[in-house]
Design a protein around this ligand. Sequence first.
Ligand code: SF4
Length: 109
Amino acid sequence: MNFADAIAKATRVGRAAAHATKSVAKTSIGIGVATDEQIAARLAICVACPGRHATFKQDGTLHTCGPMLESLREAGRKTCGCVLNKKARDLAEDCPFGYWPTTPTESTT
Ligand code: SF4
């Protein structure tokens, strides 16, 4: 990796970390928090991610969307690097590929 690439990567990581911090701060005080059903619906999709973008911890639990804290949207790959169990709690967040339902608890009947 050359210097320019390293700076670009550091910038992407910094932006993703700032975004994640803002989201977690907001939901931790109860602003824009998804329901338990919405969170479960989102995470169920991530576990079986149609694009195989989810990463998992060594114990098999769901972890991040692509490389941790590395938003690759600017690099054309779209993964956000978010910790998924945090991201799923924030109603303002969405799957970067549009795999999450817009209204996860909406009936299809
Ligand atoms: S947020 Fe979307 S792309 Fe990322 S792991 Fe979940 S379903 Fe896959």
